[in-house]
Design a protein around this ligand. Structure first.
Ligand code: ADP
Ligand code: MG
Length: 397
């Protein structure tokens, strides 16, 4: 069922509390490394402002301790508020606290068209605990609530669940970003056009078991790459040299291969290195086995050709997890080729996961796929088939 969206809310002259996901990656000196998450919230924010509402924005950033102002200083949201002001082209107020006197004062003074960013919600112990008192204090600042924080939707924190519960049902909604993310997930899990192909890679099988199990029910083919390859190959008795492997997951890998009924496709060759780092000596294997002493770092050229062909022919593609250690240029070809194949596909193409999204951005291909999810954990848990409390609490339309 479609959820009530910000479109359905009467916002004129109202203060709208929007739970946004401004948890941006930070540079070493505390700057914003990538403002995609801020930009992704703009459609919802502009809609409220254009219709005569005002905005109270609440987000977390990083993993602050919450009780040590000096240690937590890098997680203050001032630079996020400044970037938002640039993107909106209007002044943005920033409160020094989340529900304290500063926030209450600025919220009370907020005029239609005004924008207020509250301090990092995780500076409050009540946030993680879903504390009702904290939720009441936060909710009391505003007239209506919008969840546009897809990247946090899998968490039952106060600002995601207990806060919306404080508002009457007709004053709760999802924003345009969450709507878009839920729509693409609906396509992937309920109505994909076929052939439907999943590409899974990344560091560990253990992170992805539930997603693989879930996707196997839906997809026609599931292509494996990344370090998890070697756990699957080892499970089949193939030599993997010194490649990354999870020895305690060999049984799981075997079980997945059995269940898959031939849907799982594994690499037929690899790019290998004598050391898992830049500057290493690299070569390509002839077949699936990796010689003693060598590390598997990326999928090989024959695998690249095979995977790119399958992806380009697909009507629906979901991709999570890099094909190799793409952060090192010498090991990036497989990940780049898969990203390129998604970009060239005429079907629906969705990318999710922190590093996978970063890779697509890095290759300049983000605009060429149908959707790059702003959620890492949330995207994966949704693909596992989990229902989020943060979404359940928003009424259907
Ligand atoms: P995502 O964040 O997209 O879900 P993961 O977190 O599962 O992806 O995995 C990403 C990491 O996996 C990358 O940092 C990449 O370097 C690493 N990785 C992929 N293939 C290999 C490999 N062959 N050897 C070592 N690390 C790898
Ligand atoms: Mg990751």
């Amino acid at each position: 069922m479609p959820k009530q969206t910000v479109r359905d809310l009467d916002v004129k002259g109202r203060k709208v509390l929007v739970r946004v996901d401004f948890n941006v990656p930070q540079t070493k000196d505390g700057g914003i490394a990538d403002d995609r998450r801020i930009r992704s919230a703009l459609p919802t924010l502009k809609d409220v402002l254009d219709r005569g509402g005002s905005l109270i924005l609440v987000s977390h950033l990083g993993r602050p301790k919450g009780d040590d102002p000096a240690a937590d200083a890098p997680y203050r949201l001032d630079m996020v508020a400044a970037r938002l002001a640039e993107l909106l082209g209007k002044p943005v107020d920033k409160a020094g606290d989340t529900v304290g006197p500063a926030a209450r004062g600025l919220a009370a003074e907020l005029k239609p068209g005004g924008v207020l960013v509250l301090e990092n919600v995780r500076f409050n112990k009540g946030e993680k605990k879903g504390d009702p008192e904290f939720a009441r204090a936060l909710a009391s600042l505003a007239d209506a609530y919008v969840n546009d924080a897809f990247g946090t939707c899998h968490r039952d924190e106060a600002s995601m669940v207990a806060v919306p519960e404080r508002f009457p049902p007709e004053k709760r909604a999802i924003g345009f970003l969450v709507e878009k993310e839920l729509n693409i997930l609906d396509t992937l899990l309920k109505s994909p056009k076929r052939p439907y192909v999943a590409v899974m890679g990344g560091a560990k099988v253990s992170d992805k078991i539930l997603v693989i199990e879930s996707l196997l029910k839906h997809v026609d083919k599931l292509l494996i790459g990344g370090a998890m390859t070697y756990t699957f190959l080892k499970a089949q008795g193939v030599e993997i040299g010194k490649s990354r492997v999870e020895l305690d997951k060999l049984d799981v890998a075997r079980k997945l291969l059995d269940e898959a009924g031939g849907k799982i496709v594994l690499p037929v060759d690899h790019l290998i290195a004598d050391r898992p780092e830049a500057g290493a000596t690299v070569k390509t294997t002839d077949g699936t086995a990796i010689p003693e002493g060598w590390f598997g770092m990326d999928i090989g050229p024959r695998t690249i050709a095979e995977y790119a062909g399958i992806v380009k022919e697909a009507a629906t593609v979901v991709w999570n997890g890099p094909m190799g250690m793409f952060e090192v240029e010498a090991f990036a070809a497989g990940t780049r080729a898969v990203a390129q194949a998604l970009a060239e596909s005429k079907g629906v193409t969705a990318v999710g996961g922190g590093e996978s999204a970063a890779a697509v951005e890095q290759f300049g291909l983000a605009d060429k796929v149908s959707h790059v999810s702003t959620g890492g954990g949330a995207f994966l848990e949704a693909l596992e088939g989990k229902q989020f409390n943060s979404i359940k609490v928003i009424p259907d339309r």
